[in-house]
Ligand binder design. Structure first.
Ligand code: GLU
Length: 556
């Protein structure tokens, strides 16, 4: 068959050649070892938390090596498309500090290797489609929609390796061989009738033979050669992922393709296409899907429907950017935590991220661990940083609280400074949303009496202790002097000055100094637990302290 003639018949409008495209998108001039990476999401308006892992790997590898990190939008499946999705993706990744150098932005394309949206690259794919037809590597299939659907079902089954794998494989093989048989006259008449065609690449592999390929995380893999024809273009002329991946990652000069493990079964198809197209394949890294623990502590895939699957939710839940990033790094590189402990003042971006330290089995997402990491991260922040973080969150999520905080920054910061800055800082906050309940009693508009005085203690003793506390309070006392007075009060009402005295001889006392502190705490804060009481009273001031204690006495 005259394949050149066939190519001209199928793609009469394509005049550009692969050489023209090579010239238009030349090798990038980057320093030796610089990596070019990309993320290539579909514009669904949803960014899975799991996507942050490959995105972070891509960003780190590119920026650590002086390379390029870009965003490509893979919108070949128009059914799933959501308006404005590219802007959404760049905004959310920007928020997490992952900045693209190139690609789709909310204001259009940036960079010399575009267009970066696949639906705008159809002409480019057709150049290579034509080349493959001309070289006898690809053929058209004129099918009704039903027939194409049938093919799709077979392809899908192949990908999920159904139980009827053998049977399906045979059916597929037969259908495939039949598809390859056609004459030039048939093509001519189909085209004359205005029928559309899908384009397939002829597989030349022998599944008994293996291709050796190195995955950067999984190591050396031996995968069977591909013996299934690959759909390159659907009948609307739009490419499949397989074809677009080869063309785009070549022309955009991607050096490292980092993507989900679900693409591993298609790798032999991709390598075949790179070979047919005369392209050097990129380096591959396939990342296992993010797992999570279910209610029973078992590992499960983190699916789109699970709570907390959407990256956007973490902002709304009030996780700080630093905490999420710190957590992602902790999961991605096994030595990150240790490094950060040894280098507490260094930035996450100073960490020498290494592919070798990545786990082969993938990451397990565990909210408890995230919260731990997050508490740690926030505990190391200054009061001013916490203030800014909370305000950023409250501005949209709790405007009233935002206003309260804004009304007096100094006051809010003094509250947030309690227990901060020392060797063992308090770890009260996992999310910004935890801050309001923590500090609410400092604000009269939010103050409430949540905990009662202990029922087993004599009310008159409590009242006496509280009155004495007001009388003895002196704002000039230091913490030791202040506590000595509390001990005196304890003694005066028949309580032990020291907890250990009480523990030694419990029958001798009605309680101990800790109980007295508790009465004062409950009276002032409305709770059994609060930050350092001495500091709390200093911030609230004598006036409010007195009012609250008096109110509490009246309630007894
Ligand atoms: N659009 C593909 C996906 O969302 C991209 C895979 C890749 O990174 O190559 O799975």
């Amino acid at each position: 068959m005259d394949y050149c003639k066939l190519a001209d018949m199928l793609f009469p409008d394509v005049t550009v050649t692969p050489d023209d495209l090579e010239a238009k998108y030349p090798e990038r001039s980057l320093p030796e070892g610089a990596k070019v990476t990309r993320i290539a999401p579909s514009p669904t308006g949803f960014f899975h938390i799991g996507g942050l892992f490959p995105a972070t790997v891509c960003e780190r590898l590119a920026h650590q090596s002086g390379g390029v990190f870009y965003l490509r939008i893979e919108d070949t499946d128009s059914k799933r498309e959501v308006e404005g999705a590219a802007g959404f993706i760049t905004t959310i990744l920007d928020y997490y500090g992952l900045h693209f150098d190139e690609g789709v932005t909310a204001d259009g394309d940036k960079g010399d290797y575009g267009p970066y949206t696949q639906s705008q690259r159809v002409d480019i794919y057709h150049v290579y489609a034509k080349k493959l037809v001309a070289e006898g590597r690809a053929y058209p299939v004129f099918s009704t929609d039903e027939e194409l659907d049938e093919l799709k079902t077979l392809d899908k089954k192949a990908e999920i390796k159904s139980v009827n794998w053998e049977q399906d494989a045979e059916a597929r093989r037969e259908a495939m061989l039949k598809r390859r048989e056609f004459t030039m006259e048939q093509v001519e008449s189909e085209l004359a009738a205005g029928h559309k065609f899908a384009l397939f690449a002829i597989a030349d592999g022998d599944p008994e033979k293996k291709i050796k390929v190195t995955d950067l995380v999984k190591g050396l893999l031996e995968i069977p050669e591909n013996d299934e024809d690959v759909v390159l273009l659907k009948s609307d002329g739009i490419p499949t992922y397989h074809f677009a991946h080869a063309v785009d990652d070549h022309l955009m000069r991607t050096t490292h393709v980092i993507r989900g493990e679900e693409w591993l079964p298609s790798l032999s198809k991709h390598l075949m296409l790179f070979r047919y197209l005369g392209f050097k394949p990129p380096k591959y890294m396939h990342i296992a899907q993010l797992m999570r623990l279910d209610e029973n502590g078992n590992k499960k895939k983190f699916s789109k429907r699970d709570m907390g699957a959407n990256l956007e939710d973490y902002r709304k839940m009030g996780y700080s950017v630093d905490a999420v990033n710190e957590y992602v790094m902790t999961l991605l590189n096994s030595n990150y935590e240790e490094w950060h402990t040894q280098n507490p003042d260094k930035d996450r971006l100073d960490f020498p991220f290494s592919i070798k330290k990545m786990s082969v089995s993938g990451c397990l997402f565990d909210t408890e661990k995230l919260n731990d990491v997050s508490k740690n991260v926030i505990s190391k922040m200054t009061a001013a940083q916490v203030y800014d973080g909370v305000c950023g969150f409250a501005k949209t999520m709790d405007p009233e609280f935002y206003e309260t905080l804004q009304a007096d920054r100094g006051y809010a910061e003094s509250i947030l400074a309690i227990g901060r800055g020392g060797a063992k800082p308090r770890k009260d906050f996992a999310v910004w949303a935890d801050v309001k309940p923590y500090m609410s009693f400092f604000y009269d508009r939010y103050f409430s009496r949540d905990d009662d005085m202990p029922a087993d203690k004599d009310k008159e003793d409590i009242k006496t202790a509280l009155k004495k506390f007001i009388d003895s309070y002196d704002e000039n006392d230091d913490q030791t002097g202040w506590f000595e007075k509390l001990k005196d009060i304890a003694e005066q009402i028949g309580y032990a000055r020291e907890t250990k005295l009480y523990k030694k001889e419990p029958d001798k006392y009605k309680g101990h100094v800790g109980d007295v502190a508790s009465f004062v705490r409950i009276a002032i804060t409305g709770r059994q637990n609060s930050p350092d009481l001495y500091e709390v009273i200093k911030i609230l001031g004598r006036h409010r302290m007195t009012d609250r204690i008096k109110e509490s006495i009246a309630l007894l």
